[in-house]
Each structure stands twice: as structure tokens, then as C-alpha cells.
Design a protein around this ligand. Structure first.
Ligand SMILES: Cc1ncc(COP(=O)(O)O)c(C=O)c1O
Length: 206
């Protein structure tokens, strides 16, 4: 079976129709982009067991320790008694639960906002919200260090994307404060042009 390579180089002869997947995986490994997902055995916390080893966890989003909080666990157990273990479909299919509406009402109250909308993850929220705010004919100025979900959300929106880097941020390497993940050290020099963090975008609306 002959398939066209994605990089448009000479076609390869594949013995098996799934060989291209093996080839892709090899390329990812060579580029250092292959993700080996670890197995967490037990509850989240400062110390967790990963692949049989006890390790100090510095990379989750469980900043407030909610994931294993006794009060939240007990509330979740009560909710399961009433609602089961999930809504069985996204809210646009079979509806949203009164539990989710209650959560959003309380979050709005807490934030002093008119209403709130919750998503399963930060990635989902950026993919969902950015294409609603901007679209074809808009321009998004986006930090080159923005989170992948912001980059994907911008692409999905079909807006024109203008990426800017450290020069536009007015910050010289290695002292930048951009992405909390890629941060090298705190800057002492105040950025003079655009100041941003990976969570922020600048929109020019129609
Ligand atoms: C700015 C930003 N957006 C999106 C995400 C993705 O969030 P999640 O891991 O919940 O999908 C992160 C995660 O750290 C983030 O820092």
C-alpha cells in the first residue's frame, strides 16, 4: 500500500496500513515530543505515588488541595447518591443538571458576576470561549508563550493572529515573567510595551 507522506517527501511503501502511526510515534520520540503519561496510584496531594514511587508533586493544579479535601469528598459522595456518577452526556445533548446550575450560581455570587459558565478544563474553556469572542475579520495579538489551548482557540476562531515575543513585551532575556510554566526568573526591569502573561490575550474587535 502506498501513501503520501505528510511532509510531501517521496511516498513510502507501507507493509501495513497502520505503519504510518509507528512512523509518527518514532518522529515524536526523536523530537523529544512523545509524552509518556505517568500513572498516579492513589489520591492527589503534595506527596503522591507515581509508577510505584513516592514523589513530591510540584506540577498539578491542585493548589488549594481540593482534590482530596474531606468536606468536598463527602459532598461529592452525597451528590453521587442523588445524581449518579455523571450527566451521561454533555449539557447541550441531554441537558445540564441542577447541580451544575447551583455551582454556577454560587460561583457568580462569589465573583460578583452576572453569571458563570463552567468547563471541564482550562483547555476546553479556551477552545470554547475564544472563537465566540473573536472571528474572521478580527485580529488577536497573542504572546508566543501562550498556553497551547489559547493558541488552538485563536486558530479555531479564524481571526488573524499576530504573535509577539520578548521584544514586544519589552523584556530582555533571560528576565521575563511571561508564562508561569516557562518562567526563568522574576524580572526587575519593567516591561515598556506590552505586558502580558500566558493567560491573557489582546483582542481588537470589529
Ligand atoms: C493559561 C492556561 N490556559 C489553559 C490551561 C489548561 O488548563 P487545563 O489543564 O485545565 O486544561 C492552563 C494550564 O495550566 C493554563 O495555564
Amino acid at each position: 500500500m502506498q501513501l503520501q507522506r505528510r511532509d510531501n517527501q517521496s511516498p513510502l511503501i507501507y507493509m501495513n496500513k497502520l505503519d504510518f502511526i509507528t512512523e509518527e510515534l518514532e518522529k515524536l520520540k526523536e523530537a523529544g515530543l512523545f509524552i509518556n503519561i505517568r500513572t498516579i496510584e492513589g489520591p492527589q496531594g503534595a506527596w503522591i505515588t507515581v509508577d510505584g514511587k513516592k514523589v513530591f508533586n510540584l506540577c498539578s493544579n491542585n493548589y488549594l488541595g481540593f482534590a482530596n479535601d474531606p468536606q468536598l469528598k463527602s459532598s461529592a459522595q452525597k451528590a453521587i447518591e442523588t445524581y449518579g456518577v455523571g450527566p451521561a452526556a454533555v449539557r447541550t445533548i441531554a441537558g445540564t443538571t441542577s447541580l451544575h446550575k447551583e455551582l454556577e450560581r454560587k460561583l457568580a455570587l462569589f465573583k460578583g458576576a452576572e453569571s458563570t459558565l463552567t468547563f471541564q478544563s482550562g483547555f476546553c474553556s479556551n477552545l470554547a470561549i475564544i472563537p465566540v469572542i473573536v472571528g474572521e475579520g478580527d485580529v488577536v495579538f497573542s504572546d508566543e508563550l501562550n498556553h497551547a489551548s489559547i493558541i488552538d482557540g485563536c486558530r479555531l476562531s479564524k481571526a488573524k493572529i499576530v504573535r509577539y515575543g520578548k521584544i514586544a513585551r519589552g523584556v530582555t532575556e533571560p528576565k521575563y515573567t511571561c508564562s508561569h510554566k516557562k518562567k526563568t526568573s522574576r524580572t526587575t526591569k519593567k516591561p515598556t510595551k506590552l505586558r502580558t502573561c500566558s493567560a491573557f490575550l489582546f483582542f481588537y474587535l470589529r
